[in-house]
Ligand binder design. Structure first.
Ligand SMILES: *Cc1c(COP(=O)(O)O)cnc(C)c1O
Length: 429
């Protein structure tokens, strides 16, 4: 399989280049040159496979020609070592819980698979790979965990001081070994600018072999298609048309779902669910794509004003908005309505969502009788402890893995947000 740049379909690279470069030289995002079709027998017999086998079969359809089967199998089995259960909320509403991995958010799927592929590709190379990543919260934890103790790779995480939750900060700053946390006196955007500037700096590039773990990397997209097959498997015996609602920020998760549908998975339609950063629902509504500065909300992983994977969405439909509208509808709510949705799910069905999942839950209020809906549970509610406990007026149980790190001692380097300071730090360490 070759991968082309969304800016120029004639520029093609192999999977190793696509993964190691992340972004094409013309700043386009990589896409598979064709979408493989899954065998009908595979779809009909999904129930006889577990999540790992499904993941391996789907990954083989995309990457089987490029990575020997046994190696690919090892990468997939190591990365996807936790479950993704579908849980019933009501007769018509289900949730796919994607937070059973180590960082308790769906980003574990992408980060762990990416870590596996990158460590596979650098085998035999003698220069250490340095992953630079800016995080507003969940990405950092998943990436840190995914690359923890991976030989030949170190990770430097930049996060905005005081702007990630306490538990998220602990996930970034308590690992040590090959993980370095930089607490930046600035915003997420400042962290991202520092990373971008470092990639362009000659002196730093002479000293470091940089790569990025950003969500635009194709190796984060591919594994996110696996669990749509798993979701369908768990719901198909109901004999209804399947609607999947995806709480969205940068739209990697939804794009992966559309990829699964185009590979032959019978999903009837998707809902692109957002908070008040409703750039894509507006686009679906009026045909205008107008990026804005992001606005802070209680579903902060979706506070994105210019979704990076939007170009992939367009690419999958050859820029035909009416074709997109057939498969995807938009939905968005405010923070107040998100709190009401959290309460509603809890009071009516005793189910505790996180604020992102609550938006997905709410979006499934308008299904037709022939449909059944699944919203993606993108994070464990304990990651957003204060919001959830205050809204529901009850204490929630913190999973052991989170409880364990809350006692650990934070280790981070505090840096001012100017590039000179950051560069000096990198050159002198
Ligand atoms: C990252 C994230 C999202 C948004 O996913 P995208 O793929 O960027 O659309 C939603 N919910 C949670 C909890 C996240 O961490």
């Amino acid at each position: 399989m070759q991968f082309y740049s969304t800016n120029n379909k004639d520029i093609k690279v192999n999977i190793k280049q696509a993964v190691m470069q992340s972004l094409a030289a013309d700043k386009g995002l990589y896409m598979p040159e064709y979408i493989p079709q899954m065998n009908i027998d595979f779809i009909e017999n999904l129930s006889s496979f577990d999540l790992r086998d499904i993941s391996f079969t789907v990954s083989k359809a995309i990457l089987g020609g490029d990575i020997p089967e046994n190696d690919l199998k090892e990468i997939v089995y190591k990365a996807i070592n936790f479950d993704a259960p579908v849980v019933k909320i009501s007769d018509q509403i289900y949730t796919l819980e994607l937070w059973h991995g180590p960082s308790l958010a769906f980003k574990d799927f992408g980060a762990r698979f990416m870590a596996g592929l990158m460590s596979y590709f650098i085998q035999g190379e003698n220069k250490k790979l340095t992953i630079l990543v800016a995080t507003s919260g969940d990405t950092g934890g998943a990436v840190a965990d995914g690359f923890y103790k991976v030989p030949g790779i170190e990770v430097i995480i930049l996060y905005p001081s005081g702007k990630v939750s306490d538990l998220q900060e602990k996930q970034l700053t308590t690992l040590d070994e090959n993980i370095t946390a930089l607490e930046i006196n600035g915003t997420f955007d400042d962290c991202q600018s520092l990373v971008k500037e470092a990639f362009l700096d000659d002196k730093l590039n002479a000293n470091y072999n940089f790569s990025s773990a950003n969500s635009i990397n194709i190796s984060r997209l591919i594994p996110q298609s696996f669990y749509y097959f798993e979701a369908y498997k768990q719901i198909k015996d109901l004999g209804k048309e399947v609607v999947i609602s995806v709480p969205s920020g940068n739209f990697g998760n939804l794009t992966a779902g559309i990829l699964a549908k185009k590979m032959g998975l019978p999903i009837k339609r998707f809902i692109a669910a957002t908070n008040i950063n409703h750039i894509v629902p507006d686009y679906l509504d009026n045909g205008q794509y107008t990026p804005k500065s992001s606005i802070a909300t209680i579903s902060n992983a979706m506070d994105v004003g210019n979704p990076s994977n939007f170009v992939r969405l367009l690419d999958l439909y050859d820029h035909d908005i009416n074709a997109i509208r057939k498969d995807v509808s938009g939905f968005w709510i405010t923070d107040d309505d998100t709190r009401l949705a959290l309460k509603d799910a809890y009071e009516k069905y005793q189910y505790i969502c996180d604020p992102h999942g609550a938006i997905g839950y709410k979006s499934l209020s308008f299904l037709s009788d022939t449909e059944v809906g699944i919203f993606l549970g993108t994070a464990h509610p304990a990651k957003f402890l204060d919001t959830v406990e205050q809204t529901l007026g009850t204490k929630i149980t913190i999973p052991e893995s989170l409880a364990a790190i809350s006692d650990k001692v934070k280790s981070a380097h505090y840096l001012e947000k100017d590039f000179t300071t950051f560069k000096k730090f990198l050159l002198e360490r």
